[in-house]
Design a protein around this ligand. Structure first.
Ligand code: XIL
Length: 367
């Protein structure tokens, strides 16, 4: 008899708590109580929406795991690429000195967060120390010396990250942008100038020997331009016919709001996949800067156009998911992009200058 009021009181308390919890859940649900998107409360990140499609990556620096940006990175992405610190000039600044620390820091933080790591890049015309291809007088070294340096560099770097970096952009941007179909290679590339095309199969072979499990990519931009696409395709086809260990093609995807078209993106995916290669979009961003446009603001018109572009691109990516093994954004948020120049901001990403999801973000996750 004495216990009854206590039981009733306990029952009422439990009921109130349950109701309160239900109201809190209702009010903070990802779409909000009235179907309004409220990014801050959404517990899902980009990677979760795309878990049945492909990993979603981001290009980062050694401090990108700190603070609020770090939280954003861990919530939304399950793959990282070092924006700069694995590039030859940074990781191998002098012949007898490697600078592992910044890249090791990123790899350790990514691993602790359960993220995959893409390697970028082993051989490129840019961000490569002059010491690699020039002698003390500044003259190009001989082919033998160039090849020996390249082999040492690739073997050392790939071995260092063996088992930690799952894929490598072995060669970056060797194909010429010229509209002339017969001009295959970028003639400003120091490695090409010294060695001719014979270094290309070799670098893949060296990377493969250093880590037979690593997935090896060719990576380039303007891959939707029909002429350049044809040249890349021809080079890859020839290398594959020679038995060169190339497993994937990285389409950088530095795009703008008008280019490429939906069909061009589809055609590129299908064409490269027809070689048996896996496709990754490795450096995705959609700039809002154009030559004709003088406004510096992220206007509602730009916001809408960019949103439509992103919606279209991800629709194609989802449709082609069997051919795509990753989509990586080049930088985290509009707070800082490599495309911001001379005080002009490009606003090219899915998160705004306050690290909040943009309208384009909500279109990308709505399917
Ligand atoms: C860019 C970085 O984002 C910049 O910080 C750096 O100053 C230059 O390189 N293609 C590539 C990337 O393969 O490595 C480039 O990254 C962007 C174009």
């Amino acid at each position: 008899m004495k216990n009854k009021p206590i039981l009733i009181r306990t029952g009422i308390t439990l009921l109130s708590v349950t109701l309160l919890v239900a109201v809190i859940i209702f009010l903070t649900s990802s779409k909000g109580p009235w179907g309004i998107d409220s990014g801050q409360q959404d517990t899902k990140g980009l990677k979760d929406y795309y878990k049945n499609f492909f990993p979603i990556g981001v290009a980062v620096g050694p401090n990108s795991f700190d603070g609020a940006t770090g939280e954003l990175v861990k919530k939304n992405f399950n793959s990282v690429t070092c924006e700069n610190v694995m590039k030859p000039a940074l990781i191998h600044p002098e012949q007898n000195r490697y600078n592992w620390e910044p890249a090791d820091k990123i790899v350790a933080q990514a691993q602790a967060a359960g993220m995959k790591v893409r390697g970028h890049t082993l051989c490129w015309h840019a961000q490569t120390g002059a010491w690699m291809t020039k002698d003390a007088e500044g003259k190009p070294v001989s082919k033998e010396v160039a090849l020996a340096r390249l082999k040492e560099h690739i073997t050392t770097v790939v071995s260092h990250f063996k088992g930690k970096v799952y894929c490598w952009d072995v060669l970056n941007e060797i194909i010429s942008d010229s509209a002339n179909v017969n001009k295959m290679y970028m003639d400003t590339d120091p490695w090409f100038n010294i060695c001719g095309e014979e270094y290309i199969p070799k670098i893949y072979q060296w990377a493969h020997e250093a880590d037979p499990d690593a997935i090896l990519f060719y990576n380039d931009y303007n891959t939707e331009n029909p002429v350049k696409r044809e040249k890349i395709y021809n080079m890859l086809k020839k290398l594959l016919a020679q038995g060169v260990p190339i497993h994937g093609v990285g389409l950088q995807a530095h795009w703008n709001m008008n280019n490429p078209t939906e069909d061009q993106i589809r055609e590129s995916i299908d064409k490269f996949a027809s070689l048996g290669l896996k496709i990754q979009f490795t450096e995705l961003d959609v700039t809002t800067i154009s030559r004709r446009d003088t406004s510096r603001a992220f206007t509602p018109e730009k916001e809408k156009k960019q949103m439509e572009f992103y919606k279209m691109a991800f629709k194609v990516f989802r449709e082609k998911k069997d051919k795509i093994t990753g989509v990586t954004f080049w930088n985290v948020s509009d707070r800082g992009s490599w495309l911001d120049r001379g005080g002009r901001k490009a606003y090219p990403l899915l998160f705004d200058t306050n690290n909040q999801p943009k309208k384009a973000y909500w279109e990308v996750v709505k399917f």
